[in-house]
Design a protein around this ligand. Structure first.
Ligand SMILES: Cc1cc2nc3c(=O)[nH]c(=O)nc-3n(C[C@H](O)[C@H](O)[C@H](O)COP(=O)(O)O)c2cc1C
Length: 220
């Protein structure tokens, strides 16, 4: 179905995609913005329920309100990081990003979409949020391929975001995504280069037949 080169590109985009914290004011063409949303809309979803909506925010007035909600949460979180200035710095950068990036998209999840018995969601209700996360990931990959930077913000009180964006109480604001261009698209996760966390060794995460069996038993 796909040529060798096309396959390589898919893997390259997956490995190149980064979460971005600083943005230029350079505008993002609307056409590209809608391509990213289109990519999101082609994500898999439990029972094909497509629980997502996308609120496009470009006014400084609303962006500032969102940044206020995130800043309030940053302050609340800071008690957990009393001895770690880096955590505060990482979170602050994201708040700046919310104000700087030309667009913020709030991606929401409607758990009621498709009625009370969405195929497959009966068993694991969180699959609606998982589906929304798949949409966001599609968007991030498409953005990376377009050379567009995207940053995921999830530290806020949902009630604040509902108030600011007039979102009904049953709808979940899953993510605020800053979208724009950046000067330096990082080569590695920023939390890795700042020695916060490393990518785990994949082989330690794979087991065979049952949990925690690290090698395939070929004798049986
Ligand atoms: C569900 C989810 C929520 C996230 N929330 C935040 C957030 O609130 N603030 C933040 O700075 N980064 C957030 N991130 C970005 C991660 O920190 C980032 O993906 C991780 O450090 C790995 O870096 P990479 O995306 O560049 O590979 C979030 C990512 C995911 C998947």
């Amino acid at each position: 179905m796909f040529s060798k080169e096309e396959k390589e590109v898919v893997h390259r985009v997956i490995k190149t995609r980064r979460d971005i914290r600083s943005f230029l004011k350079t505008p993002v063409p609307e056409k590209i913005l809608f391509q990213l949303i289109e990519a999101a809309h082609h994500a898999p979803s439990v029972g094909f329920m497509q629980p997502w909506n996308f609120i496009i925010i470009s006014s400084d007035k609303v962006k500032k309100k969102l940044a206020w909600a995130a800043e309030k949460e940053r302050r609340a979180l800071s008690i957990h990081y009393e001895n770690d200035d880096r955590a505060e710095k990482f979170l602050s950068l994201k708040i700046e990003g919310l104000k700087e990036a030309p667009y913020t998209i709030c991606v929401t999840c409607d758990p009621t979409r498709g009625g009370s018995h969405v195929l497959g969601r009966n068993s694991i209700p969180e699959t609606d949020i998982m589906s929304t996360a798949c949409a966001i990931q599609n968007m991030m990959l498409a953005a990376c391929a377009e050379g567009v930077a995207m940053g995921w913000v999830s530290f806020y009180k949902k009630a604040d975001i509902r108030d600011i964006l007039n979102i009904p109480p049953h709808i979940d604001p899953v993510a605020l995504l800053s979208i724009g261009y950046t000067e330096n698209y990082p080569k590695a996760p920023i939390l890795e280069t700042e020695n916060w966390e490393k990518r785990r060794n994949l082989s330690g995460l794979i087991s065979y037949e049952t949990w925690g069996v690290p090698t395939l038993n070929t004798e049986e």
